[in-house]
Design a protein around this ligand. Structure first.
Ligand code: NI
Length: 169
């Protein structure tokens, strides 16, 4: 099933999500649906709150279907190590049509559980490191616009309010 993506302004995006405790068939179905919904929306990462489910679960595929090994499921993820810095353009499926330059660590190690509940660590660089930070932020109720200047953020919020008024958000 393809879920519609929840947009900025919905409270579910700005509250910390609940830990996942049941590693059952329902979770596996949700994970499969999240990959389908992410690909449909042309994204490389999707967190459960973005489909209106306040659970600590995210899916990532920075290869966008090119490499089956790049498909990552992050259940209850925690960032355990970061190194260096990178500055680059970042967007979010929940804030469509906007992109901003965001500084993130260059190399990030995430500790998470897989669909079976098994803990693992994965280290990513560049875009993958950015995705780990972005998706883990989502699960903490934080959006990438928290990392841009207040001036840019206010401008973006004003534009979104205008679009919402016009029924375009
Ligand atoms: Ni996002």
């Amino acid at each position: 099933m393809i879920y519609p993506i929840v947009k900025y302004g919905n409270a579910v995006l700005e509250k910390p999500a609940e830990p996942v405790t049941a590693f059952d068939e329902k979770l596996k179905k949700l994970i499969a649906d999240m990959f389908d919904s992410m690909y449909e929306a042309h994204g490389v990462g999707l967190a459960a709150p973005q489909i209106g489910i306040s659970s600590r679960l995210a899916v990532v595929d920075v290869s966008f279907k090119e490499d089956p090994n790049a498909k990552l499921v992050l259940v209850n993820p925690q960032i355990v190590h970061t190194e260096g810095k990178q500055s680059g353009s970042e967007g979010c499926l929940s804030i469509p049509e906007f992109r901003e330059t965001v500084t993130r660590p260059k190399k990030v190690t995430v500790r998470a559980q897989d669909a079976e509940g098994k803990w693992f660590e994965h280290t990513g660089e560049d875009l993958l490191a950015r995705a780990f930070m972005h998706e883990t932020d989502h699960l903490n109720g934080k959006l990438y616009i928290a990392h841009i200047s207040a001036l840019k953020r206010d401008l973006m919020k004003r534009k979104i309010r205008k679009m919402a008024k016009a029924g375009e958000w």
